[in-house]
Design a protein around this ligand. Sequence first.
Ligand SMILES: [Zn+2]
Length: 302
Amino acid sequence: MPELPEVETVCRQLDPELAGLRIDALEVLDARWCRPVSPAKLEAAVQGATIEGLGRRGKYLLLAIDGARTLVMHLRMTGNLVLVEGEDKLDPSEGRRLYEGERSVSERHLRARFRLDDERELWFTDPRRFGEAFLIGDADLGERFAKLGVEPLSDAFTPEALGEMAANRTAPLKSFLLDQSGVAGVGNIYADEALFRARLHPLSPAGSMKSEHQEALRDAVVAALEAGIDGGGASIDDYRDGRGEKGTMQDEFLVHTREGKPCPRCESPIVRIVVSGRSTYYCPSCQVRLRRKPRRGRSSRR
Ligand SMILES: [Zn+2]
């Protein structure tokens, strides 16, 4: 599933390409993509609009268009947003094929297509069809994302902010990091990678962190996400970048999906457990399991 680094990669690639282009037409091929709004209504609303840019909030893609509006898109499990050459520029012998691999993702997974005025097209492909989109006025964006947590690559993401979020939380650190109302954009891959970097056991209660752990985890989350962006995202399954190409982060994982392989720090075999229903990978030797803090103000007498 695409996480912050994958979505950020798409944004950084496509924002400069899309800014200033006009949407000649939007074609929604799957009504589920924009429900409960009908395809015809959304198509009419964005037709002729000029794209101002492509941004990101958490794992959401924000396509800003004129009229102070934003088309918000979420890739969910298997969505991809890819800029492709228009029909006129295609080699007829090649046909229209984006990319192939073990799970070929092609035109048959197309959910929505934007025809742009430079003859290129922006495609939202999605084999599992969990991806979604909605149009919103910019004035309402703040409220729409009010429950979404802090952006981990912003200055607001400090060790103190992380400590406040974690205070009194008994949830395991892994679940704490997956909660989008705390730190936005971190998912299963980068939670594992961050906890390894911070030397913290995924089952440690979030509220058990001392200030040095909060600092280590804050730095580790940022480092793990930046490594993901540097690698152009991770293509474990269907993820492709804004040009339809695979990322390389899956070859750089420290612990994620590396069950039984040696820890890059101490060479102990990496272990896989399930936390909150998600596969979780860690090193049992060098990731410390913190004890739950005794409650403050508790009487020592019984
Ligand atoms: Zn280790």
